[in-house]
Design a protein around this ligand. Structure first.
Ligand code: HEM
Ligand SMILES: *[C@@H]1O[C@H](CO)[C@@H](O)[C@H](O)[C@H]1NC(C)=O
Ligand SMILES: *[C@@H]1O[C@H](CO)[C@@H](O)[C@H](O)[C@H]1NC(C)=O
Ligand SMILES: *[C@@H]1O[C@H](CO)[C@@H](O)[C@H](O)[C@H]1NC(C)=O
Length: 327
């Protein structure tokens, strides 16, 4: 009798440990790499710091890289895959081509990690951590992020072409976020990423001269800012290399000035300024413009949601050796 019950206890213990392992290994975990790659965070932090010391804009570029990875078939590193003769990736989709930056930074960090803990850390987790470190380095919030995403083996140029465009109505943009399990608040909070980084003239030029065929500029754009932008982006010039800051006041700092700009008609993209025109989003913009603490807190929470969309875990996907090619 006594013997049987201790057997039962041992059996229960073993099955508990086993089941627990199965459950945990199919989910993301804050301590996922603690044993397998204990220096991961330090290595990513250093790689991002090096890149941003050389090029301040890289902080913004790394955050956007993460968004464009996660918004197309989930956070799976698909954006990092190069085109080959038989494989079409996402890098040349319209929203990414001549626009997304930072691939080399991820390659460099991955190269270090392959020396220290080979075939352990996924490329998409590197991108996730790099985005978090980049925001923090630029003066923004820090948030803990669960890890254990795995890399996908496919990519979708057509899905990447459906990334939100600054020219489409806010309703469409909200619908795209909702379809990923994100909500209106996430749209407003994550748009706060446009507190740093640059945009090409082609993304906002229609607001400067002949808005919606009216013959006049966009009335929702501050006159002084418009005049400055008109000199950066002449009407007849279609070159791809003229850039303007998304946040004119604190160009490379991650703060809540983006929202203060929107309140003052100083949003660069039409889709940014649109957040002030809708009664579901405007009150949030106003409150983030007043309370930096609130924005910092909500930004971290929305980033965790974004980073959890459509992830591959457990036995799905793979750990790529080179972020640019499927193993
Ligand atoms: C809400 C819908 C969004 C639209 C329509 C949008 C659109 C754009 C556009 C047009 C640019 C300029 C690209 C260029 O000219 O090359 C840009 C830049 C940027 N976006 Fe967004 N974006 C959106 C959401 C987001 C989100 C959710 C994030 C991150 C959480 C983000 C982060 C950034 C950053 C940091 C930059 C500057 C990148 C750099 O300087 O390299 N955006 N975005
Ligand atoms: C982590 O980095 C520290 C400092 O560079 C080093 O002393 C330590 O050996 C590393 N640990 C592992 C497990 O690689
Ligand atoms: C430094 O940044 C410039 C762009 O500003 C880039 O062309 C160059 O490759 C970067 N160098 C390193 C070592 O990352
Ligand atoms: C928001 O705007 C819509 C249409 O413009 C209107 O029907 C609705 O009552 C407004 N809601 C609030 C809370 O003001």
């Amino acid at each position: 009798m006594k013997d049987n019950s201790s057997k039962l206890i041992v059996f229960l213990l073993i099955s508990f440990v086993f089941l627990n392992h199965l459950l945990v290994s199919s989910q993301l975990d804050y301590r996922f790499y603690d044993d397998s790659c204990p220096n991961l965070t330090r290595i990513v932090r250093y790689g991002v710091w090096m890149a941003v010391s050389n090029d301040t804009r890289m902080a913004a570029s790394l955050l956007r890289l993460h968004f464009h990875d996660c918004f197309v078939n989930g956070c799976d590193g698909s954006l990092l895959l190069d085109d080959t003769s038989s494989f079409k990736g996402e890098k040349n989709a319209l929203p990414n081509m001549n626009s997304v930056r930072g691939y080399e930074v991820i390659d460099d960090i991955k190269a270090v990690l392959e020396r220290v803990c080979p075939s352990v850390v996924s490329c998409t987790d590197i991108v996730t951590l790099a985005a978090r470190e980049a925001v923090y380095l630029a003066g923004g919030p820090f948030w803990p992020i669960p890890l254990g995403r795995r890399d996908g083996t496919t990519a979708s140029e057509s899905e990447a072409n459906r990334l939100p465009s600054p020219l489409e109505p806010l309703e469409n943009i909200i619908a795209k976020f909702t379809s990923k399990g994100l909500d209106v608040k996430d749209v407003v909070v994550l748009s706060g990423a446009h507190t740093f980084g640059l945009a090409r003239c082609m993304m906002f030029k229609h607001r400067l001269f002949n808005f919606d065929g009216s013959g006049n500029p966009d009335p929702e754009l501050d006159v002084m800012l418009r005049q400055n932008l008109q000199s950066v982006c002449p009407n007849q010039d279609d070159s791809n290399d003229k850039l303007a800051p998304l946040d004119t006041y604190t160009i490379s700092r991650f703060d809540n000035v983006y929202y203060r700009n929107l309140v003052n008609k100083l949003g660069l993209l039409q889709s940014d300024q649109a957040l002030m025109k809708h009664n579901t989003t405007a009150p949030l913009v106003v409150s983030y413009s007043r309370y930096p603490y609130l924005f910092n807190r909500d930004f971290g929470a929305s980033m965790v949601k974004l980073a959890n969309t459509g992830v591959l875990t457990g036995q799905n996907g793979e750990i790529r050796k080179n972020c640019r090619v499927v193993n």
